[in-house]
Design a protein around this ligand. Sequence first.
Ligand code: 13P
Ligand code: SF4
Length: 336
Amino acid sequence: MERQALMERARTLLKEKNAVMVSHYYVHPDLQDLAEATGGIVSDSLEMARFGRDHVAQTLVVSGVRFMGETAKILSPEKRVLMPDLDATCSLDLGCPIAEFNAFCDAYPDRTVVVYANTSAAVKARADWLVTSSCALDIVRALKDQGQKILWAPDRHLGNYIQRETGADMVLWNGACIVHDEFKAFELEALKKEHPQAKVLVHPESPADVIALADAVGSTSGILTAARTLDAREFIVATDNGMLHKLRTLNPDKVFIEAPTSGNSATCKSCAHCPWMAMNGLAGLVHVLETGANEVQVDPALGQLARRPIDRMLAFTHAQRAGKVSAGLVPHIGAA
Ligand code: 13P
Ligand code: SF4
């Protein structure tokens, strides 16, 4: 089927099946636009989780990577969660197997376990807190203010950034995102010289020397906010280039330039686009809606355990927005 026919077919099927799309900013523009045009959402991983949990539709189609589908299923075990491709995973998730992670946690029994959303259900089940890049700083700062010491996994760059910003006592798992790990500070400095007026927007999964060159550091939604609010016309963007679609649509009079991934020590992976996000496509979307294939499954008992740290994160961020974060929301380990 042609692209336009696939779009139309997907629209019809979403209505027929009473399904809603939950897409991440890094997937193909068609899957972002279709989600918004049909009452779904395009967002960062925190809002994807909240939207899926709160929406009345009994079928969620998650366009993103596996941990996003699993989080949706954990939060709504009664719903059917489908994904265009179940093999879409994440280097952070792959790099944090549960057996090794359990041993790491066992070696630091006095630490509060804080894990990034980009992990398996089993790793989440071992955690005290879940965080995404849009709330990690605030949650770790609140834990530190209570005198808690942190065990952090799996992204070492994000962990390092949070440690530097909060001064919290953290031990870090040694994981990385294969996309953000490839941004190069040396080449970024050269690009900045070519565009002296440009502001630099960086996702905190990037290396420290790249973050050091940023005018704004934030999650995908944080990057969107910075592009809208910073006083500049040109921006250099250090995150997956799927992000450029939304940045350009929402800011048609501004110019967005991809941060460089090439140069010294570049590898064949360095294209600033996640190979797993790229597995999501219109044909896969239509196929799962037609057949019900690719349903995300999470063992219910494991899901219950994994839900606790996710609920904590959602309660914390909800209360924060309402200006009501209290000590009760940041329990000491063992208190929950
Ligand atoms: P955000 O939470 O900033 O959207 O990042 C999630 C992520 O890593 C997607 O790959
Ligand atoms: Fe994982 Fe990086 Fe891909 Fe995000 S962009 S899904 S962190 S590998």
